[in-house]
Design a protein around this ligand. Structure first.
Ligand SMILES: [Zn+2]
Ligand SMILES: [Zn+2]
Length: 338
């Protein structure tokens, strides 16, 4: 089997790898129908996040179960399944509280940019779809594994309510699907912050009612203008830098809520504005497993089309071009077909 390995900055190779097999009785082996490159893969790809050895890549996946270990009960060979980018048992106290991404046995998934994948803790991690999906549903089903699940968590953590006003900071795939999530949750006004024409258009397709292309203080001033000087009830922070976080805090109304899902990079948070603004802060790696059943159903019933965030589809062996296209912002998100 061949799989994707990052050797260093801008050095992605598709090379011979050992074929995954059952290692523990709680494992499952999947033959992947689709996988993709994540915005978070670009941090190590660009060398911002250091790696000390060749690192197998990929954490978003869906496909057919080929084999299961002797203790696996809830999924069986032949079923089409989707799992979160966080492996979880779904039984410990943290999982039962709805925070499977903080599971006592949590591991981050990796090695998914490959045709075959071993998934640990299969019972707690994987959810089967109602049947074998038609090909055109694959992109949308794949988003549930991370980007939709994460955008959904941002909206959930930001307390989006019917009729409320939501601001989305960040126009990557997660931000765009944060817009979609806020729309499904009934937000009355959704303000997307984006400077890119194509991304603005997609945000509008997903339900954005306003676009703000200014950033920093000017961006905040525009949000205030659009909200009668108050700021927004809910802000979804989907970038992970100090600037984007301060923009989120200052865009929220007094007593508003911020859901932050951008992986923090070099962020030091100035607490005084947070304190003065009386805002709620909630975020972290999204507990996607909590949302999997509902999000799979929304896609299955064709109520949402989150798969539109994929604007480039490549055969898996061209994965290096998939990274390049996203790095150079020629693509929002690259889908890979094994
Ligand atoms: Zn991801
Ligand atoms: Zn757990």
């Amino acid at each position: 089997m061949k799989g994707t390995v990052l050797y260093g900055p801008h050095d992605i190779r598709f090379e011979d790898r050992p074929e995954p097999r059952i290692e523990k009785p709680t494992d499952a082996i999947l033959r992947l129908a689709a996988t993709c490159v994540c915005g978070s893969d670009l941090w190590p790809y660009r060398g911002v996040q250091k790696i000390d050895k060749p690192t197998p890549m990929g954490h978003e996946y869906c496909g057919v179960v080929e084999a299961v270990g002797s203790e696996v009960k809830t999924v069986k060979p032949g079923q089409f399944v989707i799992g979160s980018f966080c492996v979880s048992d779904n039984t410990c106290p943290n999982c039962r509280n709805g925070y499977q991404s903080g599971c006592e046995q949590m591991e981050f998934m990796s090695r998914a940019q490959a045709p075959i994948l071993r998934v640990p803790l299969a019972d707690g991690t994987l959810v089967a779809t109602p049947g074998t999906p038609p090909d055109d549903l694959l992109p949308s089903l794949l988003t549930v594994s991370d980007v939709l699940g994460t955008g959904w968590f941002a909206a959930d953590a930001a307390n989006v309510k019917p009729g409320s006003t939501a601001v989305v900071v960040g126009d990557g795939a997660v931000g765009l699907l944060g817009v979609l999530s806020a729309k499904v949750m009934g937000a009355g006004r959704i303000i997307a912050m984006s400077r890119h024409k194509q991304r603005q258009q997609l945000a509008e397709e997903f339900g954005a009612t306003h676009i703000v292309s200014e950033r920093g203080e000017q961006g905040v001033a525009r949000i205030k203008e659009l909200t009668g000087g108050l700021g927004a009830d809910s802000v979804l922070e989907c970038v992970g830098t100090e600037d984007s976080m301060m923009q989120a805090v200052q865009s929220a109304r007094v007593g508003g809520s911020i859901g932050y899902v951008g992986v923090p990079h070099g962020m030091k948070l100035e607490m005084f504005p947070v304190f003065l603004h009386l805002v709620h802060l909630h975020g972290g790696p999204a507990p996607v497993r909590r949302f999997l059943p509902d999000l799979i159903q929304l896609v299955w019933d064709r109520k949402i089309q989150p798969g539109k965030v994929f604007d480039l589809t490549l055969p898996l062996d061209q994965v290096a071009e998939g990274y390049r296209a996203m790095d150079e912002r020629r693509a929002i998100k690259t889908l890979l077909r094994p």
